[in-house]
Ligand binder design. Structure first.
Ligand code: CTP
Length: 398
């Protein structure tokens, strides 16, 4: 299976708006992810952040709204747009969105957009009334028709003091969502439900039984499915990672029972169920309502366990089951146990991993087992592992 390293040439266009300050962090994050970043600023943008700042952060000359010498033969709009894999405009002002929607090219940024051959994403930032203005909404509809990806905006408090839709997404969200622009939409139109993280079974109000799962693999899968065009719902237990941006629905459910409830409630609308959560096989039968007190000299408390439902097997066994993907966390005889687990739970695709190589780590090494083949993937980041799982999932889906 072919795993690509996604280092891209990003052209970041910055319009005049207070959210331009967030682009300092955005450039830093994109550079940290290994991308090349070239910044183009409108004249108005330079009133908010100095080009020198972006030059220092990107390590590249910043192009301004003039026939900039950095463009080489005076054809900056052609040269730069040909050397770019993806273009992002952030913050995108109502004015620039209107110009792009109507094909206008009256400055370097809008000329680059008009002359581009690469995908374009825009991150709008404006006052709530400007966002809701019918003319602005008409322009956005035109941009969507032209396959321009609109990232955000978020709802919240605005620099002008009003509250509502129009806040630019945070730098970390934009850096994350930008990856979707160059991912093949192999899951377009599919609805995917994912569980991830560790469950927690209470012993008393302050103590419980849990495990070392961090939730990173399921979160990487949520991102990979979203990037591939799916509408993703996520139910997560205890996690030690941030929740992916741009998901259709998220809910925390920490006990196995509450996770099963959430899954069953969300299930009727799903095409795919991916069960990554490390679900406790047992819960506490004699759970104490009050905190257990230490009783020196007396017998130590006995914790009685009772079996939890198997969420994956329950879902896979339903007559209306979506396409199910399971994981197998094994500490020995990985392939042998995984083959048996796939058949026992009745799942068409199972991802087997050695817990010593996976749990709590940022990388993973897995084997994909389905009816047709068993594919051993190399040790790689959980993001790359997730992309490879999505690629196989898309091939297997009806
Ligand atoms: N799983 C589940 N509900 C459970 C237990 C497991 O949904 N109560 C799911 C996991 O999310 C995973 C798969 O079943 O997709 C296998 O989980 P794993 O922990 O590897 O195996 P178990 O079924 O718990 O079996 P064992 O502990 O014996 O290996």
């Amino acid at each position: 299976m072919d795993v690509k390293v996604m280092k891209k040439k990003v052209l970041l266009g910055i319009c005049g708006g207070i959210a331009a300050y967030k682009c300092c962090e955005l450039v830093r994050l994109l550079k940290k992810a290994g991308h090349q970043v070239n910044v183009v600023m409108t004249q108005a943008a330079t009133d908010f952040v100095s080009p020198t700042t972006f030059q220092a952060l990107s390590g590249e000359p910043v192009l301004l709204d003039t026939h900039d010498a950095a463009g080489g033969n005076g054809m900056a709009h052609i040269n730069l747009s040909r050397q770019t894999d993806v273009m992002l405009i952030a913050p995108a002002s109502a004015n620039t969105l209107a110009k792009i929607a109507h094909g206008m090219a009256d400055n370097l940024l809008t000329t680059l957009v008009a002359a581009r051959t690469c995908p374009l994403a825009v991150a709008p930032a404006m006052n709530v009334q400007m966002w809701n203005n019918p003319a602005n909404q008409r322009n956005l509809a035109l941009l969507r028709q032209d396959q321009i990806k609109i990232l955000g905006p978020a709802v919240g408090e605005q620099a002008c003091g009003e509250t509502g839709s129009g806040r630019m997404l945070e730098a970390a969200e934009l850096a994350e969502l930008l990856a979707d622009v160059w991912t093949l939409p192999v899951l377009a139109g599919k609805r995917v439900l994912i569980t991830t993280g560790a469950t927690f079974e209470a012993i008393d109000p302050v103590r419980g039984i849990t495990n070392i799962s961090s939730g990173q693999m399921g979160m990487a899968l949520a991102r990979a499915c979203r990037a591939a065009g799916a509408s993703v719902s996520l139910v997560y237990g205890q996690i030690n990672t941030s929740v992916a941006a741009g998901l259709a629905y998220t809910e925390q459910a920490v006990s196995a029972d509450s996770m099963l409830n959430a899954v069953e409630r969300l299930l009727p609308q799903q095409d795919v169920f991916i069960s990554v959560a490390a679900v406790a096989d047992y819960k506490v039968k004699n759970r104490s309502v009050q905190k257990l007190k230490k009783q020196p000299g007396q017998a130590v408390p006995v914790i009685e366990l009772t079996e939890n439902a198997d969420i994956l097997a329950t879902v896979a066994g339903r007559p209306d089951a979506p396409f199910c993907v399971g994981f197998a966390a094994e500490s020995e005889h990985v392939l042998e146990h995984a083959r048996a687990k796939r058949l026992k739970k009745g799942v068409p695709l199972l991802v087997a991993n050695d817990v010593s190589q996976a749990m709590g780590k940022t990388t993973n090494q897995v084997i994909l087992l389905d009816d047709e083949q068993e594919t051993a993937l190399p040790q790689m980041s959980k993001a790359d592992t997730a992309a490879a799982i999505v690629e196989r999932l898309a091939q297997l889906l009806p």
